[in-house]
Design a protein around this ligand. Structure first.
Ligand code: AR6
Length: 173
């Protein structure tokens, strides 16, 4: 059952013991606030040094680095869309972020991966709309690929956790 490979937790993504964590970055890949700042602080300065070699990242795309001082071996950096009311391909671009990260994960033989709620902080994407997109894309990917054993959605705060939890329950009927 695909949903058995999906877990939702409340917590800090930098503490997750997984092969890869996903960073909700900006297109410069040179750090920022929110989860991006937390990941750079926990990984240490070598992460920024590697990011400086990557030459930016377009919205919806993803790039991978090592995790340095993080428990995770890898960081997959993706750039979510900035919410501009919903008529500017925001949903399509958010879905593409999840697919891009999972495609990279598969090619690096990553078995366990943790996602934050991409775009739902500084970028303003409503979490009630983002959660079903995140879950739907991951579920669809896992249905066609066996290689990834576990995907963890790490929700920062109870409100986001409840929103994801509600979305999963709606998916399972
Ligand atoms: N662990 C898990 N989730 C977290 C953590 C954490 N340690 N810290 C925050 N979140 P945001 P965005 C959640 O703003 O909306 C940055 O400056 C947070 O509660 O980090 O994609 C980048 O450099 C929210 O649910 O990312 C960009 O400029 C989610 O992570 C911009 O913000 C995403 O919030 C990207 O904005």
């Amino acid at each position: 059952m695909v949903l058995e490979r999906i877990k939702i937790v409340q917590g800090d993504i930098t503490k997750q013991q997984v092969d890869a964590i996903v960073n909700a970055a900006n297109s410069s890949l040179l750090g920022g606030g929110g989860v991006d700042g937390a990941i750079h602080r926990a990984a240490g300065p070598q992460l920024l040094a590697e990011c400086q070699t990557l030459n930016c990242c377009a919205t919806g795309e993803a790039k991978i680095t090592r995790g340095y001082n993080l428990p995770a071996k890898w960081v997959i950096h993706t750039v979510g869309p900035i919410w501009r009311g919903g008529d500017n391909r925001e949903e399509e671009l958010l879905a593409r972020c999840y697919r891009s990260c999972l495609t990279i994960a598969e090619s690096y033989e990553i078995k366990t991966i943790a996602f934050p709620a991409i775009s739902t902080g500084a970028y303003g994407f409503p979490v009630e709309r983002a959660a079903p997109i995140a879950l739907g894309e991951v579920k669809q990917f896992l249905e066609s690929k066996e290689a990834i054993a576990q995907v963890i959605f790490v929700c920062f705060g109870a409100d986001k956790y409840h929103c994801y939890d509600k979305s999963v329950k709606e998916m399972t009927g």
